[in-house]
Design a protein around this ligand. Sequence first.
Ligand SMILES: [Zn+2]
Ligand SMILES: [Zn+2]
Length: 325
Amino acid sequence: MQCQEHSAVTKEAPSLVVPARNCSVRRTVEIVLDSWSFLILREAFFGVKRFDGFQSRLAIPRQTLSNRLANLLDHNILSAGNRPNEPYKQYFLTPRGRDLFPTMLSFMEFGDKWLAGDEPPPLQLIHTTCGRKCRPVTVCSECLDPVDAREVRHRDGPGAGYSPLKVRSSTRRISDVSLLQSVRPCSVARSLALVGDRWSFLILREGWFGVRRFEEMRENLGIATNILADRLNRLVEAGIFDRVPYSSGGDRLEYRFTEMGLDLYKPQLAMMAWGDRWMSNDQPPLRLRHRKCDQDFKAVVICSECKTPIHAVKTDYELTYTLED
Ligand SMILES: [Zn+2]
Ligand SMILES: [Zn+2]
C-alpha cells in the first residue's frame, strides 16, 4: 500500500503552479494540512515539548521532524527556548498555535463520527471549564446550532480573488498517516488521511464552491486528468463523494457530496476561521452566512455539555487505548 502511494507521487510533476481561489483555508492548509506538522501540533497540545518527545511519540525521522519544527517556528505556530534549569530546548505553542486547537477538535469530531467504526472514540475529552466528559461540536458563532453544509451560503469578502498556488506533490503524506495510526489511534489522523494531500483538499474545496463536474474541476485547478481521476476515485471510495448522473440528464457523471462528505465541511470552516483570524490581515476572502439564523458567522467549536467554546488550556483527556511504549 505504501509503495503504491509513493509511486503515485513520483509520477506527478515535482511542482506546478495553478490558479487558486483566495481562501483562508488554503493559507491554513499550507501550514497544517501537512500531516506531520498537524501531528506534531497534536503532540504539542498533549503537552510534548522536547524534540526527543516528538520523535519517540511519532516515530518520525529526525530530519523530517527538524524540518517541520523549523517550518512551524517560521510560521509562528510554535516558539522555542530553554526554561531555567532545563538543559533541553523546548517547543511551546504560541497563541496562534494554540488557536488551532478548535480545528483539531473539529477534525476529531468528524473522525469520531465517521471513521471510528465500532470502536469507541480513541480520545475522551474532558472540558475542565465544566468538569465533564464532552464531545467537540462545530457550531455557528451566532446561533450556536451545529453547522450543516447545506445551510451555509458564502459570498466574496474584501480579500477575494484568485492567486497562483504552488502545489508541491512532495507534501503528500497519506501513507505517513496510516503509519502513525499504528502508533496512536487518532480521529484527527484518520480524517487527515482522507484530505491529507493537497489535491484532494483542493478538489473538496471546489466541491464546496458548488463545482461538481470533472471538466470544471480540471479547468479550475489546472490539474492533470489522471491525477484528478485518481483523487476522485479515492474520494468516492472513501465515501466522500457519490458519482451520479448529471442533473440535466444524459449519461455523464458528476460528483456530489455524501452525508459524510458534507460533514467534512465543518473542519474546513474551523480552519477558515483560524485563517481569517491570523492570516487574512482583516481582509477575509469569504463571508459566510448561516441560513438558519440569517446572520454572518464563523465556525466555533464548543463543548457538547456546557456549550461554551473549547480552548486548549481548558481541556484534559483520557485515552481509551494504551500506548505501546
Ligand atoms: Zn447561525
Ligand atoms: Zn463544557
